[in-house]
Design a protein around this ligand. Structure first.
Ligand code: UDP
Length: 238
């Protein structure tokens, strides 16, 4: 059944845009199902999985405030958008027979569990996929920071950031043919060179908690499982 994964507990971070397919906005259920399959194939290996999904496919606080909306209100709207994405992922995963919990940083008891750290850890031990929704619950943050925070709290061994490219490049690989992918890069290099892996607060939090970030392509079928078993191309930030 292939090589054994070298991780026991991980956090998968994906942006909201990863769920919109080619639509340019919102949710594309076949794309959500495809990503759920990727998660299932890692869950099948016995790996404990946390997920954080962004909300940018529905609403971004900064965009709202640029159009005159009060910033914190716009950020709360962004956080609510992540809850919708989390519910869509929950539905897709449960359709594949995987037990999940959506755990929200903002209380909404009819829809999701409130975040209680020890309870979430217990879910993971029981091999339930924990989808952490509503970001950190605070405006002025991003879901990248939420991912780093939850991964630290849950003692994950690494954050896997699924993107459209297979790692971190020195320049945009879609624009420059000679763009070079880093195999390894330090947190400080990411910050100094503005490499755009995650926002600065997320990178700093990961650095302070010695939490590696592995950037890989989610567009590659079987990519998540491959990366967990040490195959495929990626960039490790540590
Ligand atoms: N957000 C927030 N606090 C958080 C996480 C998210 O205020 O802890 C808001 C913020 O407005 C952000 C939006 O939710 O723009 C969607 O999250 P994000 O931009 O991180 O989504 P992604 O880019 O990953 O799709």
């Amino acid at each position: 059944d292939g090589p054994k994964p070298s991780y026991e507990r991980v956090l998968l971070k994906i942006s909201g845009e990863a769920l919109m397919g080619d639509q340019g906005f919102g949710l594309h259920p076949p794309t959500v199902s495809r990503i759920a399959q990727e998660v299932k194939s890692v869950h099948d290996l016995g790996v404990e999985i946390c997920m954080v999904i962004g909300g940018g496919n529905i609403f971004r606080g900064l965009q709202g405030s640029a159009q005159g909306m009060e910033r914190t209100t716009a950020d709360y709207m962004g956080m609510l958008a992540t809850v919708m994405n989390a519910l869509a992922m929950q539905s897709a995963l449960e359709g594949l027979g995987i037990h999940t919990r959506v755990i929200s940083a903002i209380r909404m008891d009819e829809v999701a569990e409130p975040y209680i750290r020890r309870r979430a850890v217990r879910h993971l031990e029981k091999k339930r996929v924990c989808i952490f929704a509503a970001g950190t619950g605070n405006p002025y943050f991003t879901t990248d920071t939420a991912a780093t925070l939850r991964a630290s709290e849950m003692s994950c061994e690494a954050i896997f950031k699924g993107t459209k490219v297979d790692g971190v490049y020195d320049k945009d690989p879609n624009k420059y043919a000679d763009a070079k992918r880093y195999e390894h890069v330090t947190y400080d290099e990411v910050l100094a060179k503005h490499l755009g892996v995650m926002d600065a607060s997320a990178i700093a939090l990961a650095r302070d908690n010695k939490l590696p970030i592995i950037v890989f392509s989610l567009d590659e079928p079987g990519g998540f499982r491959g990366i967990l078993s040490g195959q495929g191309t990626y960039t490790k930030v540590e």
